[in-house]
Design a protein around this ligand. Structure first.
Ligand code: PLP
Length: 479
């Protein structure tokens, strides 16, 4: 079927010029960064697909909202606007702002989790799991098996496996499970959604056993879009209505507004229980700031109030996820191995298959991220062996099943032409993939090593062997 041309539903009224670099510039920059894209300076990056967290472009209305910041210490007008938006969109009575998502996770975990408790969830997220463990809990993964299979086309890879959950409740007892943590559009699974039916059934099962459910609704807007696209009976429903349904099944939510919420900083905890809300406000004062600002400036609360509403606009989300799907499809059509189906916030390249001449000990995903940067200045992120770290008992490198490079799209920041440059760069590296050289550590930090690790090529000085026809990427979309 012929598809008519499509364009982003916004126009540009302020620009941030990008510095164009030569291959020689990039050769120097990536070597200086120890072949780790986290250590690149942003001025050396042309198209930055490192993360979609806090990298959103705000709208003119949000920028105007910044000027309305009421910076009173207590009872800022922006707080009451923000509170009314969250109440209306998410449906919970109590709203506690936090500086970002992990602030809300911290408060929730400290309130609800006791030493020896078990907290089931649909795949872990780094900060969520960390705070559960800090409070004395143990995380147990109850996501469906399809989530771990990169080639499975299952449309709701974020779903909870109800049998796994029942088995866990039988094993440890409901009284050991304070709540289930239910993540919408599961980040670590590649931005994969849960169905409305599964969210409903999961919450019903938990409530029958007296177990609460807290959503990680950080990516709920994207999840609502997939529900509308894929779930029977959900077509043509406003996203806001689907979100209200999702939230109505659960007891509350934590949110990092740096993702779907279209701001650069901010988050919140929302819930219905009066007693828990009192305690949450109390902990907020200790860790974040007074409960009417939660570590944020009044202007940040205003930008968040506006961004949260914009995030539920159908045309916005369709364009946002449409960009991700567009990039994914271009790569798939060129035979580049990527995780299926393409998710909500990024495209995940299977670096193990892409660079099948490199042993896992030479970190194919780390090498590939460096090679892509070298080719075009596109910055991506390793999500494989380097991120997985070492087994704390044996000291050996963990080689996870998925050795991935993640291309994450900031919201409303890049045009389709930027995505074409990205796709063509990756296709160019794919054509020369046998020339990509593996890496070894020159510096390995003890914790979260992927952020600060440094590497060198196992042969020569570059991550790409010299080829005779080294050329600059073609940057014009018009030829
Ligand atoms: C980013 C993220 C968080 C943590 O939020 P921060 O704002 O980075 O603290 C929690 N859950 C999910 C699903 C996320 O993507």
């Amino acid at each position: 079927m012929n598809r008519r041309a499509w364009a982003e539903p916004y126009k540009i009224k302020m620009v941030e010029p990008l510095r164009m670099t030569t291959r020689a510039d990039r050769e120097l920059a990536i070597a200086r960064a120890g072949f780790n894209t986290f250590l690149l300076r942003s001025r050396d990056v042309y198209i930055d697909l490192l993360t979609d967290s806090g990298t959103n472009a705000m709208s003119d209305r949000q920028w105007a909202g910044l000027m309305l910041g009421d910076e009173a210490y207590a009872g800022s007008a922006n707080f009451f606007h923000f509170e009314s938006v969250v109440r209306r969109c998410y449906g919970y009575r109590h709203v506690i702002p936090t500086h970002q998502g992990r602030g809300a996770e911290h408060i929730l975990s400290q309130m609800c989790i006791k030493d020896g408790d078990v907290v089931p969830g649909n795949m872990y997220f780094t900060t969520t799991k960390f705070h559960q463990e800090l409070a004395g809990g143990r995380f147990v993964d109850v996501i469906v098996d399809e989530a771990h299979d990169p080639m499975s086309e299952f449309p709701f890879k974020g779903n909870v496996d109800l049998d796994k959950l029942k088995k866990l409740i039988d094993e440890v007892g409901a009284d050991k499970i304070p709540y289930l943590s239910l993540e919408t559009n599961v980040n670590m699974a590649g931005g994969q959604p849960c169905s409305l039916e599964n969210i409903h059934d999961t919450c019903a099962l938990c409530h029958r056993h007296g177990i609460k459910v807290f959503l990680d609704a950080t990516r709920a807007a994207e999840n609502c879009f997939f529900i509308r696209e894929r779930e029977a009976g959900q077509q043509d429903r406003p996203l806001a209505e689907i979100l209200r349904d999702i939230c109505s099944y659960a007891d509350g939510c934590t949110v990092s507004a740096k993702k779907d919420g279209l701001v650069n900083i901010g988050g919140f905890l929302a819930l219905n229980d009066d007693e828990l809300a009192d305690e949450a406000r109390n902990l907020c004062v200790v860790y974040e700031g007074l409960h009417t600002y939660g570590g944020l400036a009044g202007r940040d609360l205003e930008a968040m109030a506006i961004g949260l509403q914009e995030s539920l606009d159908y045309d916005h989300i369709r364009a946002r996820i449409g960009q991700v799907q567009y990039l994914g499809r271009r790569l798939m059509n060129a035979g580049v191995p990527v995780v299926h189906p393409i998710g909500g916030h990024g495209v995940f390249i299977d670096a193990g298959a892409f660079l099948d001449h490199l042993p896992r000990e030479q970190f194919p995903a780390q090498s590939l991220a460096s090679a892509i940067y070298l080719d075009s200045g596109v910055r991506s992120m390793e999500r494989g062996g380097v991120s997985a770290g070492r087994n704390p008992k044996t000291g050996k490198n963990v080689h996870p099943r998925l050795e991935l490079v993640r291309l994450t799209l900031p919201r409303r920041v890049y045009t389709q032409a930027h995505l074409d440059v990205t796709a063509e760069s990756i296709m160019a590296v794919f054509e020369q993939r046998k020339e990509v050289v593996g890496l070894r550590f020159t510096y390995e930090p003890k914790r979260m090593r992927f952020f600060q690790a440094r590497f060198e090529p196992v042969e020569g000085t570059s991550v790409m062997r010299d080829t005779t026809d080294v050329h600059e990427p073609v940057l014009s979309p018009h030829d």
